[in-house]
Design a protein around this ligand. Structure first.
Ligand code: CTP
Ligand code: MG
Length: 228
């Protein structure tokens, strides 16, 4: 069985809008509806768990009252960090084995092809992440803000979601993190690496699968939606 955990427990502080960005409108639907509708439509996904900011639980329930919720198996309040929200979502999965896709609701332009690449990747490794190349050179700075290192761009990737996992493995990773009181992971593959639990396969995402963070990202996303 294949589960999806949809993360929507952030507050969108960098955007600073009235509502968290997943509840803003984009191309005639709310941001969170884009990924939710895709997961509902994809035969590869059997059930969806949504983790939402506790303050916006009622708003999400109201939204779900208006759209198809056939695959939704749980809606629950998230935690203080993305990692804690993901851990709570994984706990809410009513199974001991299977596959799970973890996705940021702030990436509404995710496509069936990216989801399929991630799930197909699980045949080669127990953890998979979508990534894209960076067209900008990426540098590392020191504590004073001066250039410290210039990693070879051909070896760098920008991490996106979805990420796909063997359910037992990613649960183990989160359990180990909780045990050492580590809550700051920016993504779930990072935990698999941190605890040496298995290889993480890198598969192609898409440049359009951007994470809405700023006002400019909304402008870009809405232009990308109109292109189709
Ligand atoms: N997220 C979450 N729980 C948190 C923090 C983040 O479920 N405690 C989710 C967000 O809803 C988002 C994804 O993780 O879909 C990526 O996080 P980010 O882009 O940082 O979103 P926000 O935390 O909402 O934005 P900001 O950091 O600007 O406040
Ligand atoms: Mg955040």
């Amino acid at each position: 069985m294949t589960w999806a955990v949809l993360l929507a427990s952030g507050k969108g502080e960098r955007l600073g809008a009235e509502l968290p960005k997943q509840f803003l409108e984009l191309g005639g639907r709310l941001v969170i509806e884009h990924s939710l509708d895709l997961f509902q439509a994809l035969p590869e996904i059997d059930a969806v768990v949504i983790v939402v900011h506790p303050q916006y639980l009622a708003r999400l329930e109201e939204l779900l009252g208006r759209c198809s919720r056939a695959k939704i198996s749980a809606v629950l309040p998230g935690g203080a960090t993305r990692q804690q929200s993901a851990a709570l979502g994984l706990q809410a999965i009513n199974a001991t084995s299977g596959r799970v896709l973890i996705h940021d609701s702030a990436r509404p332009l995710v496509t069936a092809q990216i989801v399929r690449s991630c799930l197909a990747g699980l045949e080669q490794a127990p953890a998979v992440t979508a990534t894209i190349e960076s067209s900008d050179t990426i540098i590392e700075i020191d504590n004073d803000g001066f250039l410290q290192a210039l990693p070879d761009r051909s070896r760098l990737r920008r991490v996106q979601t979805p990420q796909a996992f063997d359910l037992e493995l990613i649960r183990r990773a989160h359990a180990l993190a909780a045990k050492e009181n580590y809550h700051a992971a920016g993504d779930d593959c990072g935990l698999v690496l941190r605890y040496g639990l298995g290889r993480v396969l890198v598969v192609p995402g898409e440049p359009a699968n951007l994470k809405l963070t700023t006002r400019e990202d909304f402008l870009l996303a809405s232009a990308l939606l109109n292109r189709e």
